[in-house]
Design a protein around this ligand. Structure first.
Ligand SMILES: *Cc1c(COP(=O)(O)O)cnc(C)c1O
Length: 419
């Protein structure tokens, strides 16, 4: 479906650069995916989970006030943030965990950076009765405690990875190591549309429900789409949102990358916008990466943890290079402004990641005729960002709150038993 890879490649990008021990596991996964994705029983089961567990379909909301204020295109927002667990990541997690269960696997492992994919995978495993181990860099474990707490509540084991920079790329390496040792009973549930083939095809396919719904919702309501705008970290929400429209070349596709605090290398995570990134092969696939001349990872920066990654989906890299997708870097400050704009004017609190797409849409919309629509994918809701947005929007009050919380815990600990 939707421009899938040719032998794992999207033009020059993609491939499956995995250690010898994982070759047959990767091949088995590809075969199983191709079988089940055409199996009516699997699809019926998936559909029920999408409807009753995730809460699909998610609304396509007309942003009336934003439209009026921006004075051009009709603005619509696809509310993926209303999906159970608060973001689009569950679409992929539930699909892969169900697939693994059909393949007879008993154990699911996953990598996570900010923790959103870990939370989605842990929740999907709880729902489908699978053992779950999440690898997370020790630095991320410390700064993302609310997500670690959720994963543990869902019954997952969170392993703090102590290697390297103790962040996402080290978590991926550790998950790969586990998979190489335990592939017989274990599935590696990868979180974005990247990694070795067939993961980019698998993740895009499970996320394509977003774009399929948008297509039918737009057709039903006679919405004339000018452009679709999504944020791009690894590229899963953008892939799923865009995929059903790849061949509708009248519809423009915009990818918003993390512009961080500026265009200098190290101050952002823009792999496609700008020209800092290089072709490379890292963690099993060929794509555009923020690496130095020796192939070492450069540091990246973004206010949104979900966009702060050095690589990008090989398919999106190919479509960016061909000009089908137009990429722009959005600054931290503009993302924060978009959070505030859509909260005040639409009652929608966007995740900081999604706010990058919203900020780009705010720039595009005024130049688009009034009878056409710009659709933003709100990949997630912003509740999770309260620790990042509060110190920006209300620094003094937030500090006081944290102090008083600490005081409360120190003087009034353990009043509840642990369930
Ligand atoms: C993880 C995440 C992203 C970025 O990941 P993609 O694979 O690029 O979609 C964007 N938005 C939210 C809310 C996320 O949790």
């Amino acid at each position: 479906m939707y421009n899938e890879s040719v032998d794992g490649f999207f033009g020059d990008y993609g491939g499956k650069y995995v250690p010898e021990v994982l070759r047959s596991t990767i091949d088995d996964l590809e075969k199983a995916f191709k079988k089940y994705i055409n199996d009516p029983e699997f699809l019926a089961e998936l559909k029920i989970l999408q409807r009753d567990y995730i809460g699909r379909e998610t609304p396509l909301m007309f942003a009336e006030k934003a439209t009026e204020l921006l004075g051009g295109a009709q603005i619509y927002i696809k509310l993926e943030g209303l999906a159970n667990t608060g973001a689009h990541k569950i679409n992929n997690a539930i699909g892969q965990v169900l697939l693994a269960k059909k393949m007879g696997k008993k154990r699911i492992i996953a990598e996570t950076g900010a923790g959103q994919h870990g939370v989605a995978t842990a929740a999907a495993c709880a729902k489908l009765g699978m053992e779950c181990v999440v690898y997370m860099g020790e630095v991320d474990v410390r700064r993302q405690q609310p997500n670690v707490a959720s994963m543990e509540l869902y019954g997952a084991k969170v392993v703090a990875v102590q290697n390297g920079s103790r962040t996402l790329k080290d978590a991926v390496n550790e998950a790969m190591r586990d998979w190489s040792a335990n592939f017989k009973d274990t599935h590696y549930c990868l979180g974005s549309a990247l990694g070795p083939a067939p993961f980019p095809d698998i993740v895009r396919t499970f996320q394509s429900i977003i774009g399929q719904e948008v297509k039918s919702q737009a057709a039903e309501r006679n919405i004339k789409i000018d452009s679709l705008v999504a944020c791009v970290g690894g590229g899963s929400n953008a892939s799923g949102f865009f995929a059903p429209f790849f061949d509708d070349t009248d519809i423009k596709l915009y990818g918003a990358e993390a512009g961080g605090t500026g265009s200098e290398l190290g101050k952002n995570a823009a792999r496609m916008a700008g020209n800092a990134a290089k072709d490379g092969i890292i963690q099993g696939y060929k794509s555009r990466f923020l690496i130095d001349d020796d192939g070492q990872a450069c540091s990246t920066s973004s206010i949104s943890a979900g966009l702060d990654y050095l690589g990008i989906s090989p398919q999106l890299a190919m479509l960016g290079k061909s000009g089908r997708i137009h990429f722009e870097a959005v600054l931290d400050d503009d993302a924060l402004k978009a959070v505030s704009f859509f909260a005040k004017n639409e009652g929608i609190l966007m995740a900081l990641e999604s706010a990058h797409a919203a900020a780009l849409a705010m720039k595009i919309a005024p130049k688009v005729p009034k009878d056409k629509a710009v659709i933003i994918n709100m990949s997630g809701r912003g509740d999770k960002d309260v620790f990042i947005t509060s110190p920006v929007f209300r620094p003094t009050e937030w500090k006081e709150f944290l102090k008083s919380e600490l005081h409360r815990l120190e003087t009034n600990a353990n009043v509840h038993s642990k369930y």
